[in-house]
Design a protein. Structure first.
Length: 484
């Protein structure tokens, strides 16, 4: 995960100004013009909260995730924790006794019991699978992980959750099937993959391509005698990089171009003997402002900049630099803002809620079909608020924030002219959605439309000037959206 204040390029410190925000808004509005064609496009939401989902109270949090309308949860399959000792004799077999699957089995069972899909995100190499001579500056588990070993582990992981393995806690049942797998986390940051640079050469994308392809082969290969049709998501890239060469972070656009064997602003093709293999890309579009705030540096990407990452992907698809052939999906497997309360430096809880639902709209409008929020429950402020995350939709005591309603029933309007608005939202289930306008005598319905489970609804409204709007449906009432 990436706290935006830590990830900002040092050159940004005194340069983020109102002009950047205006540019971001203009770019976003231009982008959103294509949204009308996507009105029926699905949009899946979920949570990533390792602490909540692997705790003694995990059943409560899986239940609350289900109630919030989540369709998927991201759970980290820490390679070093699952293979904590010496190298397994057969690392491709989930039955090898060197593996300890207990914490992951519990989490997968819990998610499955609440009807949630699972995305298993695998990183952190055990010491025996790292490259030699790891420097003290490189965090454990990050140094030149062995692609071949990673591929064998990926096969064991997919085998464990193929739906054909007996549950060790209940031999009359099988462990749940998991279809979605993610290869590594934020490989453009030295926190997760090292080295980033070798001299003036960006090497982490080259290291990662080998890891990704080995992981893809391991997850996709025949398991228990059958092709499991598993789905591989590329690692979510961190949003900001350092300027120049030799830093600890590579900008996500530079990372993507190098990964897909493309070069420069015109995305010229370069030699690519072993193109990247995946089914979806992912980006972590954290922002130092709201969901319309554009990253300052051209190769960085916050919420309204995801189109730049998608542009590189589409060029890679058209030139055979990403395989197999066909259009890849776009995910955002991590995004959030801390709220106040409880974090004194967080944004007000009402702002967090508004930014959450608006980020859904802005991301969806750029082609993102799956967004995963970090966290469902605030982390304890240990050792401090500055070093922890209070981005949950629930406080530590279980009290819901306004962001629960925003997550469960997002509703956004956007000015499209002096008297025209676009209204956008996500339905929790099948049913009639009533869009209402606040007037002198209370709320009145100005539009009705049909919502479908896990589907996006969008319509045009005739509303002049500042207004307050909301949506009502059988599953509840949205937050009030203040349209200016």
């Amino acid at each position: 995960m990436s706290r935006p204040a830590r990830l900002l390029s040092t050159s940004l410190a005194g340069r983020l100004a109102g002009a950047a925000a205006v540019c971001a808004l203009i770019a976003a509005l231009q982008l959103l013009g294509a949204a009308d064609a996507r009105a029926a496009a699905p949009f899946t939401t979920g949570f990533y909260d390792q602490g909540a989902y692997t705790s003694s109270s995990s059943d409560i949090w899986f239940g609350r995730s289900e109630d919030a309308g989540a369709g998927i949860v991201r759970i980290q399959a820490f390679w070093s924790q699952l293979a904590p000792g010496s190298r397994p004799v057969d690392p491709s077999s989930s039955a090898d006794p060197a593996y300890d699957w207990s914490y992951l089995d519990d989490a997968v069972r819990g998610a499955n019991a609440h009807g949630l899909e699972v995305l298993l995100s695998a990183d952190r190499a055990p010491a025996w699978a790292e490259g030699p001579n790891r420097p003290a500056s490189a965090p454990a588990g990050t140094w030149r992980p062995d692609p071949a070993e990673y591929g064998l582990f990926a096969h064991a992981l997919a085998q464990r959750y193929s739906g054909a393995i007996l549950d060790p806690d209940n031999p009359t049942k099988l462990l749940p099937r998991v279809r979605y797998y993610q290869a590594w986390n934020e490989p453009n940051l030295s926190t997760y993959l090292t080295p980033q640079w070798s001299g003036k050469t960006a090497v982490s994308p080259l290291i990662y391509r080998q890891l990704l392809n080995a992981f893809y082969d391991g997850v996709k290969g025949p398991i228990n005698g059958a092709d499991q049709s598993n789905f591989v998501v590329g690692a979510g890239t961190g949003p900001f990089g350092d300027l120049g060469t030799g830093g600890r972070r590579i900008s996500p656009l530079l990372f993507a171009r190098t990964l897909y064997c493309l070069s420069g602003k015109k995305l010229k093709t370069t030699s690519c003997p072993d193109p990247a293999h995946l089914d979806a890309i992912s980006h972590h579009p954290y922002s130092v402002g709201g969901p319309r705030w554009k990253a300052y540096n051209a190769d960085d990407a916050s919420v309204p900049d995801v189109w730049k990452v998608v542009r590189v992907l589409r060029r890679a698809e058209s030139t055979g630099r990403v395989l197999p052939t066909g259009r890849k999906r776009v995910w955002a497997t991590e995004i959030s803002w801390d709220s106040s309360p409880p974090d004194p430096q967080g944004v007000p809880a009402a702002t967090q809620a508004r930014w959450l639902e608006e980020s859904m709209y802005v991301l969806w409008s750029q082609g993102v079909d799956t967004m995963i929020w970090y966290l469902i429950q605030d982390a304890a402020p240990t050792p401090s608020y500055a070093q922890t995350y209070q981005s949950g939709i629930y406080l530590r005591n279980g009290t819901a924030k306004p962001s629960l309603t925003a997550f469960r029933f997002p509703f956004v309007t956007e000015r499209r002219g002096k008297s025209k608005l676009r209204a956008w939202g996500r339905a929790l289930e099948d049913g009639t959605v009533s869009i209402q306008l606040k007037g002198r005598h209370g709320w009145r319905t100005i539009k009705r439309l049909q919502g479908t489970a896990d589907g996006v609804f969008m319509t045009k409204l005739s509303v002049k000037g500042p207004a307050k709007l909301r949506a009502q449906a059988p599953w509840g009432t949205s937050l009030i959206w203040p349209q200016r």
